[in-house]
Design a protein around this ligand. Structure first.
Ligand code: ADP
Ligand code: NI
Length: 217
């Protein structure tokens, strides 16, 4: 099968799985991550085809979005095989998809292939900057988090379970607990450069937020 047709089939597969998502992992997120994975791959001198495929699929076997991860993996592997992907491509794709979520890094060091690095960087770039601010507010609102509470200190070292435990979480603390760490955790040089700008956008936002909170501005 032509690569263009393979990409279209993969996009369709993801749309079927995530099209109805309202948790911030819908198709708008996927399309941004695909575009960014392409940009990073080109920046790193890598063929963008597999990074784009992996970007389309990156949330389709995520434990927070599917009920049974092993079943989702098997289904995905079957689909990829039927869509004409080589066995080694299927193995590479399925292997990295379980590794890219931030929650995974809280369990210990994660060793990624270059393909995994590109897709994780692309996914994480969508969690920072202006889009990242919007997604954090959207997620926090959907989960009934407080906007901010100076009496609740940000958590320092979180386990994966603590990260998913939203009692006493605030939207502003989520920046200190996660979003401000992502820049230094980017793997590719291309993503590090993009992250530097987005980090500054978040820092400016937080400075403004605190100044307005204290009625200083
Ligand atoms: P990942 O796929 O890397 O595990 P998540 O599902 O944890 O990402 O996050 C999805 C989006 O929601 C991200 O933009 C993330 O920063 C945001 N988010 C996650 N947890 C919180 C939280 N407790 N408060 C506000 N936003 C959050
Ligand atoms: Ni994602």
């Amino acid at each position: 099968m032509e690569r263009r047709k393979q990409l279209a089939a993969v996009a369709h597969y993801t749309a079927e799985k995530l099209g109805a998502d309202r948790t911030g992992h819908g198709m708008d997120h996927i399309h941004r991550v695909v575009k960014m994975a392409k940009r990073i791959a080109v920046g790193e001198g890598v063929d963008p085809f597999l990074p784009m495929v992996a970007a389309y699929l990156h949330d389709t076997i995520d434990e927070k979005l599917v009920a049974d991860v092993d079943q989702a993996k098997d289904e995905l592997a079957d689909f990829l095989q039927q869509t004409g992907f080589q066995t080694d491509e299927v193995t590479q794709l399925v292997a990295i998809l379980g590794q890219i979520s931030f929650a995974h890094t809280l369990e210990g060091p994660v060793k990624l292939t270059q393909l995994g690095q590109i897709v994780r960087d692309a996914d994480w770039l969508d969690a920072i900057g202006a889009i990242g601010i919007t997604r954090a507010v959207y997620y926090g609102g959907a989960h009934h988090e407080k906007i901010y509470d100076p009496a609740i200190p940000p958590r320092q070292k979180m386990s994966k379970e603590e990260y998913r435990n939203l009692n006493d979480e605030t939207i502003i603390n989520h920046f200190t607990e996660k979003l401000l760490h992502l820049e230094r955790m980017m793997c590719t040089t291309t993503a590090q450069k993009i992250a530097a700008h987005r980090q500054q956008v978040m820092r400016d936002f937080l400075a403004e937020f605190h100044a307005e909170w204290d009625a200083e501005k």
